[in-house]
Design a protein around this ligand. Structure first.
Ligand code: BGC
Length: 764
């Protein structure tokens, strides 16, 4: 704690300290004018600023700000430099709008594609999500504006999001649901972390000491303050004790009083309160170091609106994923284009809820298309209504214009009533009308391109076959309309790849049997196996795999190599591969590195993403990409040892263009330098004893001795294969040593417990 903060705390009254730990409005912390402690102003988040002028307002229309694409699109860029650049632009807007901390990014895992808020999250893969978040945070914070990494943790659905208990086993939590937070904290030290609404294994996110203190601070070294999600606090004192520093929103007199009373009654150690105050003050003063523009109505935006809009277009184009293309794209100057779908005129570029931004301007896809279409004739039909009704006349009208056109472009947006913060999706389908529309149009016009605006995977099996191309444009931000035109006309060669698997059917998805839970509990029964980890393990066919995306050019991979074939876990290893653009136009390729453990004590996914890079190549150009893999790339979290373990042995390194398109593989051998303690205990099985090197060394001679004294189970020779019809060692292997000894305890020199304890003593 700095001297300044220490002095301030010593000057603050108990009431002032308690008040500082609860907000003063919807969006500000409590200032202490007497001591020149300014307020801190926070604002949503995450892909643009939702800055409301009146800090006491919840739903007020916010100040104009650039609406960038949402996280699904950002993740599909796999471009950490671009996200850093976008972060800097967000910070510039925060400064112009007098915002100290942006409430984002969100790094919750896409456990089920049904989660209504998946559009605000990056990926089903924790490594990718962590890297993208860290890049964005570093970009924002490099300009002196803070972030709030959210929602910590296991907030993976909207159903009962304020109360449901996510029941997650420790290993799954460590390997799937926490690493994106961990990476972001370690690589980018967000100023704040926002706890989740839900419970995690029975304890509210706001009161979860293990998450808020033991893991976040003690293990990962988080230095900022923890803020509650809006309304996530239940017991203010319990939350403080667990490590939740700031409750939002405020003001809340009763909460402040509860803290004062708890200190006065001795229930809460004042030192705990002082720690929270110190953490908040550190960020308050850090924020004050970056001068902000005072917000004045009617003056217009004081950031570079045009430059940010251009950046939003670049990001949107980079995130677009070309899912199917029979060669129709890029468009070769068709003369008559049927533009179908409401989303061409009324763009769907962001999601509903707290992230909803008032854009500075919005590109209309139809108008942007027209700009690039030269003298082509464009006709338009809305194709589907704004609501969920079925309107055959709209379909008929669309079919009529499609029939006579050279090409039909279908702009299909998943409506807000099917996808938003606050509620989960009922299914993975487009609306009934949209599906009927696509079928009707493709029946008369084979040269049909479907352009999708949605925040998460949709199913397409009903209609994809009839299409010539499908472009996933996501919730593409305010400049997405132009970005679509850029991709359709080949001004941008699409380079995005899916950060989430597109399943064939809802019932194929990993959490299908355990989503969204019941009676206040959702069991994460699929464990580690979410996303491609699940589809790999089940050998389950999917519509489009994780990491997949087409380009207008092609790439070849060659000359894969590792910096060493045998390496120490502490050193890690670097893998390299040459990538060549084998097509006729420039393009970017996302090279993905997955690791497969050939043999492990615990079950492991068939492969896991542990590195990636995006490389831009001119036609015919070759570049070498090098991807370092550290200890964690090989490790799993073992709850028995309570630590990450990279087991000695052989690993396959799979270098791919997607999770289902492995282009090269390497085999490397890891040498472990770790000294693991023995975890043998009284109830350990013979197998566990034999798997433990020290256990084996002690048990082996003991068994020999036992056999020498007449064998186990009353005299049979353990070497005999004819032992009540089976191999004796196989039969005994899964019995605890103690139970084996109990079968003949009368003939033993000591009790079985004494014998096992004696052996354990030799081991430990
Ligand atoms: C959301 C947060 C958001 C906060 C403030 C909550 O309902 O879950 O993501 O930052 O509101 O708007």
């Amino acid at each position: 704690m700095s001297d300044k903060i220490q002095t301030l705390i010593s000057q603050m009254t108990l009431a002032e300290k308690a008040a500082l730990c609860t907000g003063d409005s919807m969006w500000t912390t409590t200032a202490v004018e007497r001591l020149n402690i300014p307020r801190l102003l926070v604002s949503d988040g995450p892909h643009g600023l939702r800055r409301v002028a009146n800090v006491h307002a919840v739903m007020e229309k916010s100040q104009p700000a650039t609406c960038f694409p949402t996280a699904s699109s950002l993740a599909a860029t796999w471009d950490v430099e671009l996200l850093h650049e976008m972060g800097q632009a967000l910070a510039a807007e925060a400064i112009a709008l007098d915002v100290d901390v942006i409430l984002g990014p969100g790094v919750n895992m896409k456990r089920s594609p049904l989660c209504g808020r998946n559009f605000e999250y990056f990926s089903e893969d924790p490594y990718l999500a962590g890297e993208m978040a860290a890049a964005l945070i570093n970009g924002i914070q490099s300009k002196g504006v803070g972030t709030s990494l959210k929602h910590y943790a296991a907030n993976n659905q909207e159903f009962e999001r304020f109360s449901i208990s996510a029941e997650v086993d420790e290993r799954t939590l460590r390997e799937i649901y926490l690493p994106a937070f961990e990476t972001a904290v370690i690589k980018s030290q967000p100023w704040t972390v926002m706890c989740s609404y839900n419970k995690i294994n029975g304890a509210y996110g706001s009161e979860h000491r293990q998450l808020l203190t033991d893991i976040l601070r003690d293990e990962w070294g988080f230095e900022g303050f923890v803020v509650s999600d809006w309304g996530a606090v239940h017991d203010r004192v319990a939350a403080l004790k667990a490590g939740l520093d700031l409750e939002m929103p405020g003001p809340k007199k009763a909460r402040v009083q509860a803290v004062i009373d708890a200190v006065n009654s001795g229930e809460l150690d004042e030192a705990v309160l002082d720690t929270a105050v110190a953490r908040i003050l550190r960020i308050v003063f850090k924020a004050a170091e970056t001068p902000k523009e005072p917000l004045a109505a009617g003056q217009g935006s004081r950031f570079d609106v045009a430059a940010h809009h251009a950046l939003a277009r670049k990001v949107a184009a980079a995130g677009m994923v070309l899912l199917k293309n029979n060669g129709i794209l890029p468009l070769q100057h068709p003369q008559h284009i049927a533009v179908i779908g409401r989303a061409a005129q009324t763009p769907h570029f962001q999601g509903g809820g707290s992230s909803h931004i008032n854009p500075t301007t919005v590109d209309v896809p139809f108008a942007e298309l027209q700009k690039l279409a030269g003298d082509a004739e464009l006709s338009f039909a809305p194709g589907y209504p704004a609501d969920d009704s079925i309107q055959q006349t709209l379909i008929d009208e669309a079919v009529a214009i499609a029939q006579t056109a050279d090409v039909a472009l279908l702009y299909m947006a998943l409506p807000g009533f099917k996808e938003s913060e606050g509620y989960d999706r009922p299914d993975l389908d487009l609306t009934v009308q949209q599906v009927a529309l696509i079928k009707a149009v493709t029946a008369v016009q084979p040269r049909t391109v479907v352009i999708l605006n949605n925040g998460a995977a949709v199913t397409m099996s009903d209609w994809i076959e009839g299409t010539a191309a499908v472009l996933e444009a996501w919730m593409m931000g305010q400049a997405g309309g132009g970005a679509i035109a850029d991709v359709l006309y080949g001004r941008v060669n699409p380079g995005g790849k899916l950060a989430e698997t597109y399943p064939l059917r809802l019932r194929d998805t990993p959490a299908y049997l355990n989503f969204p839970g019941e009676n206040g509990v959702v069991r994460y029964g699929e464990g580690l196996f979410i996303g491609y980890r699940y589809y790999d393990a089940r050998e389950q066919p999917v519509l489009f795999p994780f990491g997949y995306g087409l380009s207008y050019t092609t790439f070849a991979y060659s000359n894969p190599r590792a910096s060493a074939t045998t390496f120490k876990d502490t050193d890690g290893v670097t893998v390299s591969v040459d990538v060549t653009n084998t097509g006729a136009i420039a393009g970017s390729e996302i090279v993905q590195v997955y690791v497969h453990d050939r043999q492990a004590r615990l079950v492991r996914p068939a492969k896991e993403l542990k590195g990636f890079t995006k490389v831009m190549l001119q036609p015919g150009e070759t570049k070498t990409v090098a991807i370092p893999l550290n200890f964690r790339a090989f490790a799993y979290y073992d709850p028995a040892y309570k630590q990450w373990i990279a087991e000695e042995g052989v690993f396959d390194i799979l270098i791919g263009a997607s999770a289902a398109d492995i282009r090269a593989s390497l085999t490397v051998t890891l040498q472990s330098t770790a000294e693991l303690p023995s975890i043998l205990h009284r109830d350990s099985t013979i197998r566990a004893w034999m798997d433990d090197p020290r256990g084996q060394a002690v048990l082996g001679p003991f068994l020999q001795q036992m056999m020498g004294q007449g064998g186990l189970f009353g005299g049979g020779d353990m070497g005999e294969t004819e032992f009540i019809g089976m191999n004796p060692m196989d039969f005994l292997r899964d019995m605890p040593l103690l139970s084996v000894l109990h079968f003949q305890s009368d003939g033993l020199p000591q009790t079985p417990e004494e014998l096992v304890d004696g052996l354990l003593q030799q081991v430990h």
